[in-house]
Design a protein around this ligand. Structure first.
Ligand code: SPV
Ligand code: MG
Length: 296
């Protein structure tokens, strides 16, 4: 298991923003999921606040600490050679908290962070009836500047996530904030939407006339395909933020139900991978090679 260096990951991630086409990321909450995403051939991992908090079975509402999110991202980064972009919610407080978080996430080998312009503590953007209170635009622009001024690696990416459409503040506010955050130094604008159709996102992208690339998370509007996104030209990162985690919950529940129903584990083999498959993902073959070489 040869893992490439942080520098190589940073360069790879930067290339996603400048090369033609769209880089595809998938959300993970733990290292096992990150490994599966890499093996499936995706470009990068989104260390998802929803998936990481779900791995603790607590709400995605800043209940767990920055260190817990960072450790989850670090554990993912240690086992993959594709870059990890961390979903850092609102930056865990004010600009001071964010400056410290940037240091910790860079030390963990992460190539970039996304921060959103809501008040701390946030609620998940897709939560029905959730608190979607926006921070002031100037306060958030200050956070972007703070992150950019304090990053140690020049390639490190700071994504400004605009929650104006999530909060129901409309296109004009979304555009005003995006322009302000791009001006403040954001490397990308993540325009989020909870609409069931991609129309408002497409409208925003059509009006966006800045060079700063767009990032999309199409959880609520899955009808928007990669091919359509490519045609829009301005989107550089497209993120399937939580689908493996949701699929694994469904698979585990079906398996648990079957064990209960059949009174044993004699019927469930077709529902699982063999243990040897897990050993392989864990890197046992490499460990055995090392044993041959180094153990006496
Ligand atoms: C996450 O994956 O934690 C996200 C994306 O922030 S979403 O849950 O769709 O808001
Ligand atoms: Mg999140």
């Amino acid at each position: 298991m040869t893992i490439i260096s942080q520098k190589e990951k940073l360069i790879k991630a930067r290339e996603f923003l400048t090369r033609s086409g769209v880089a595809l990321g998938v959300g993970a909450g733990d290292a096992l999921c990150a490994k599966l995403i890499e093996r499936a051939g995706f470009d990068f991992i989104w260390a998802s606040s929803l998936c990481i908090s779900a791995s603790y079975a607590v709400p995605d509402a800043n209940l767990i600490s920055m260190s817990q999110y960072c450790e989850a991202a670090r554990s993912m980064n240690e086992v993959v050679s594709i870059p990890i972009v961390a979903d850092c919610d609102t930056g865990y407080g004010n600009a001071n908290n964010l400056i410290y978080a940037v240091k910790k996430f860079e030390e963990a080998g992460i190539v970039g962070i996304s921060i959103e312009d809501k008040k701390f503590p946030k609620d998940n953007s897709l939560l029905e009836g959730g608190r979607q209170d926006l921070a002031s635009m100037d306060e958030f622009a200050g956070k972007i500047k703070a992150a950019k001024d304090h990053q140690r690696h020049e390639e490190f990416i700071v994504i400004a996530r605009v929650e104006a459409l999530i909060a129901g503040w409309g296109q004009e506010e979304a555009m005003k904030r995006s322009l302000c955050y791009a001006e403040a130094g954001a490397d990308c604008i993540l325009m989020h939407s909870k609409s069931k159709q991609p129309d408002e996102i497409i409208e925003f992208i059509r009006q966006w006339n800045q060079p700063t690339p767009i990032v999309l998370v199409p959880t609520n509007y899955p009808s928007l395909t990669l091919q359509e996104v490519e045609k829009l030209k301005k989107v550089k990162l497209f993120i399937y933020a939580n689908q493996p985690m949701r699929a694994s919950v469904k698979a585990q529940e079906a398996l648990l139900e079957e064990i209960k129903k059949s009174g044993g584990i004699h019927t469930i083999d077709p529902m699982m991978v063999p243990v040897s498959y897990i050993f392989d993902i864990q890197g046992v073959p490499e460990m055995k090679k090392n044993e041959k070489k180094y153990l006496v």
